[in-house]
Design a protein around this ligand. Structure first.
Ligand code: ZN
Length: 125
């Protein structure tokens, strides 16, 4: 986070954070993380309730530690399209999902059959 952005966010906290009081944080009973320079400051309250009201600052904030603010956007493993994630484990876009499921079922089945075959062989011999 560069110092220009740092000052911008500090000011934003002073003016707009409901938990900011004289450089301190009412939530943590410590100093506001944005008034400290070291590291990448992260404050759940600010991220959830203060920054979203200032999209340009929010974007710069997330960019400053290489995170995309739209973390619920995923890239499909199959076609490479972006889509909105419904869960963290989701790997494919809506149109690829069915195909992906079929394929993984096929793989799972063939693994199962293979294991079964080996198992039987071991019994027979
Ligand atoms: Zn896809």
């Amino acid at each position: 986070m560069d110092s220009k952005l740092q000052r911008k966010i500090e000011k934003l906290m002073r003016d707009h954070c409901a938990n900011y009081l004289n450089g301190g944080c009412l939530l943590t009973d410590g100093p506001c993380v944005f008034s400290q320079v070291h590291g990448a400051p992260s404050c759940r309250y600010a991220q959830g309730s203060v920054l979203p009201a200032f999209p340009d600052v929010e974007e710069a904030y997330y960019n400053s530690f290489g995170k995309s603010k739209r973390k619920n956007i995923g890239t499909c493993d199959m076609c490479g399209e972006s889509y909105t994630k419904c869960s963290n484990r989701q790997k494919f876009c809506h149109s690829c999902r069915e195909r992906a499921e079929k394929e993984s079922r096929r793989k799972r089945d063939s693994r199962y059959r293979e294991a079964n075959r080996r198992f039987r062989k071991n019994i027979d011999s």
